[in-house]
Design a protein around this ligand. Structure first.
Ligand SMILES: NC(=O)c1ccc[n+]([C@@H]2O[C@H](COP(=O)([O-])OP(=O)(O)OC[C@H]3O[C@@H](n4cnc5c(N)ncnc54)[C@H](OP(=O)(O)O)[C@@H]3O)[C@@H](O)[C@H]2O)c1
Length: 260
C-alpha cells in the first residue's frame, strides 16, 4: 500500500487519514501547525506528528494538502523548499484547480471527497463520491487505488468539471442549510421546535431519489398563490434581508419552474 503524508488535521485531513488507516493505507506523518492537533490525529493512526515542513519524509508516495483553499499555494511553496520537485502532491479542494500546484511540483493532482465533513461526525466513505485527477496516468492510477479503498464511487473529473460540481454542491448543501437556519430562527421566535420540520426535510430528500428537483417543487410560488406569498412577505417585514431572499427565491421558482 502507498505511503501517504497528511498535511492538515482539520475536518477533511482527520477523516481521510483515519479512513485510510482503517483500510491499511500507511499514513506515515501528520502535519499541523500546533503539535497538539497533529498528535490528536497521529496517535490514532500510528503516524508521526510533525509541525515543521522540514520534518516531512522525502520519499512518500503522496502528500495530501487538506488545508483551507486560500493557503494551498502558500503551503505548496513551503513544501517545495524541502521536497524533491518530483514529489506527488494533491489538494482536497473542489473549487481549486489542480494546476495551482504545477509551479511547485511536476506531479500534482486533486483528491476531492464530495461530502460535508466535521470532525465530531463520522462519515460513511462508502457513500461518498471521490473526484480525482492528476498530471500523469500513473498518478491517476495511484489516486484511483487510494480512492477505491474507501469508496466504490470514484470519478476522474477535469478541473472545470470539478469547479462546476463544487458550485452545484454549494447550492445543494450550503444554501439549503442556511435556509434551514432561517427556518429555525423564525420558529424560535414563536417557541416552535425545529423538529416539526424534520419529516418535511427528510421527505424532500427522499423524493429526489426518484424524481428531479424540478418535478418535486411545491409551495406557494409554483402554485402562483399570490395572497399567500404576500402574507409571507408581510410576516417577514421585521427581517428585511430574509424578506428579500424570500422574494428573490419565489421569483426564480416562478421564472425557472413555473412553466414546466
Ligand atoms: N469540510 C468539508 O466539508 C470539505 C469537503 C470536501 C473538501 N474540503 C476541502 O478540504 C480542504 C480542507 O478543508 P477542512 O474543512 O478540512 O478545513 P479545516 O477543518 O479548517 O482544516 C484545515 C487544516 O489546515 C490547517 N491550516 C490552516 N492554515 C494553514 C497554514 N497556513 N499552514 C498550514 N496548515 C494550515 C489547519 O490547521 P489549524 O488547526 O492550525 O488551523 C487545519 O489542520 C479545503 O481545501 C476544503 O475546500 C472540505
Amino acid at each position: 500500500m502507498p505511503k501517504v503524508c497528511m498535511i492538515g488535521s482539520g475536518n477533511v485531513g482527520f477523516h481521510l487519514a483515519l479512513a485510510w488507516y482503517e483500510k491499511g493505507v500507511q499514513v506515515v506523518q501528520v502535519f499541523a501547525r500546533e503539535l497538539k492537533k497533529a498528535v490528536q490525529l497521529a496517535e490514532k493512526i500510528d503516524a508521526q506528528a510533525i509541525t515543521q515542513f522540514q520534518q516531512l519524509v522525502p520519499d512518500a508516495d503522496l502528500y495530501v494538502l487538506a488545508v483551507p483553499d486560500h493557503v494551498i499555494e502558500q503551503v505548496a511553496s513551503k513544501m517545495k523548499a524541502v521536497l524533491p520537485t518530483s514529489a506527488f502532491v494533491v489538494h482536497t479542494s473542489g473549487a481549486t484547480p489542480g494546476t495551482l500546484l504545477q509551479p511547485y511540483f511536476s506531479n500534482f493532482g486533486v483528491f476531492y471527497p464530495l461530502q460535508t465533513f466535521s470532525i465530531p461526525r463520522q462519515p460513511d466513505f462508502q457513500q461518498i463520491p471521490i473526484c480525482i485527477d492528476a498530471s500523469t496516468l500513473a498518478q491517476v492510477q495511484l489516486l484511483f487505488t487510494l480512492a477505491v479503498s474507501l469508496s466504490p464511487k470514484v470519478f476522474q473529473l477535469l478541473d472545470t468539471q470539478r469547479a462546476k460540481l463544487h458550485v452545484a454542491a454549494v447550492f445543494a448543501n450550503n444554501f439549503t442549510n442556511y435556509c434551514y437556519h432561517v427556518a429555525e430562527m423564525l420558529l424560535k421566535e414563536d417557541h416552535i421546535s425545529f423538529e416539526l420540520l424534520q419529516p418535511l426535510i427528510q421527505e424532500t430528500v427522499n423524493k429526489m431519489k426518484q424524481l428531479s428537483p424540478a418535478e418535486v417543487q411545491t409551495g406557494p410560488a409554483i402554485r402562483g398563490d399570490v395572497n399567500t406569498l404576500q402574507r409571507h412577505l408581510d410576516l417577514l417585514s421585521t427581517h428585511p434581508d430574509w424578506q428579500l431572499l424570500y422574494q428573490h427565491l419565489s421569483d426564480r421558482i416562478q421564472a425557472d419552474l413555473g412553466t414546466q
